[in-house]
Design a protein around this ligand. Structure first.
Ligand SMILES: [Zn+2]
Length: 133
């Protein structure tokens, strides 16, 4: 099985997806187990519900930084931690969308070797930040 090339999102495209996600109010099976903060992929979330639709991984994967962006004193697990493009782990994320309601989520895989954690987070409009260089 080959993975099709995912479209690379820029800031405005990500904002658009986040705005769309934010505008959806219908209850859906995807929202209950996935909070605003990062969480391990809930087992209750059916694999069949989400489709991988885009990526935030730029072509400069070799320059992947592990620096995080927390200007307001948040930490990695904060509910209001900024979704900062260009910073970790957003520079290693793909975007998944719910087939049923259309909400979008950020997804990345933490670790490697013996420790692997699949993590997911709702794409919240108010938290999206442009990359600062
Ligand atoms: Zn949904």
């Amino acid at each position: 099985m080959t993975t099709p090339e995912l479209p690379l999102l820029d800031y405005s495209a990500l904002l658009e997806l986040a705005a769309h996600t934010c505008s959806i109010s219908v209850a859906c099976a995807c929202t209950r187990p996935v909070p605003r903060a990062w969480t391990s992929m809930p087992l209750s979330l059916p694999n069949t519900l989400l489709d991988e639709v885009a990526t935030l991984r730029g072509s400069s994967a070799e320059e992947l930084t592990f620096e995080e962006f927390h200007p307001a004193g948040t930490n990695f697990w904060s509910e209001d931690a900024p979704i900062a493009m260009g910073f970790y782990p957003y520079n290693d994320c793909t975007v998944w969308s719910c087939r049923r309601c259309g909400r979008s989520f950020l997804f990345y895989v933490e670790g490697g070797g013996y420790f692997v954690d699949r993590r997911i987070r709702l794409l919240s409009l108010d938290l999206v930040r442009a990359a600062e260089t």
